[in-house]
Design a binder for this molecule. Structure first.
Ligand code: IMP
Length: 208
């Protein structure tokens, strides 16, 4: 089955693709499906609402099932910020380095034991007939005192996992095994398997 991956973030798309492909899901980009997602405003109040806004738009525009992720970093000492505003934390045209610098500055007086945080990913899958699956994955960690590691994207260099390494120091496979997005997408895959199996059963009944 072909799904449109509803994101303009190329690094995130690579992760979604990497996790969905082994599950038998053929992913095409919004661009390949002729869909312009730039117009979709993330006006929801939760990760789930924003994931659904993006998936519904991509599904409506392409006529194909669509998968969207809305994700972010929630820092306990900052009352859950940057949360759903993670991408815009340091303004519209800021870089990953700007966002990390802002986060470390906000947390400069926070002691190690209070630097707990979690990444959250809500993934929504929408079918052209209106069926919808929404799942959430979370990954617990802490915010380091300085960036470490070169891989990954976004806040990866300051997100210290339970192994003591940051997300940016893990291989892609190691990150997928524990990441918020990996957890959410494996939940999605389980639910999709059930949907697809039910569909197959129905079509067999009709054939008989
Ligand atoms: P959105 O889901 O496109 O609204 O953006 C989520 C933002 O959260 C990204 O731009 C990153 O800054 C951050 N983020 C989400 N997932 C990750 C991750 O796996 N690693 C690092 N940063 C992430």
């Amino acid at each position: 089955m072909i799904f449109v991956i509803a994101t303009n973030n190329s690094k995130k798309r690579v992760e979604l693709d990497r996790i969905l492909n082994p599950l038998g899901i053929q992913a095409v980009t919004a661009e390949q499906a002729g869909v312009n997602l730039e117009e979709v405003e993330e006006t929801g109040n939760t990760f789930e609402e924003n994931a659904e806004l993006k998936a519904v738009a991509a599904c409506d525009l392409s006529g194909l099932p669509a998968v969207a992720d809305d994700s972010g970093l929630m820092v306990d000492a900052l009352d859950g910020a940057p949360g759903i505003y993670s991408a815009r934390y340091a303004g519209e045209n800021a870089t990953d380095a700007d966002r990390i610098a802002k986060l470390l500055k906000e947390m400069q007086d926070v002691p190690m034991e209070k630097r707990t945080a979690r990444f959250v990913s809500a993934v929504c899958c929408v079918f052209p007939d209106g069926r919808k699956i929404v799942v959430r994955g979370e990954c617990q960690g802490t915010i380091g005192l300085a960036p470490q590691g070169k891989d990954g994207f976004g806040y990866d260099p300051v997100f210290v996992t339970q192994s003591g390494k940051t997300f940016a120091e893990l291989s892609p496979q190691e990150k997928d095994a524990i990441s918020h997005r990996g957890i959410a997408l494996r939940k999605l895959a389980d639910q999709l398997k059930q949907v697809l199996a039910a569909e197959e059963e129905n079509s067999e009944e009709i054939d008989q």
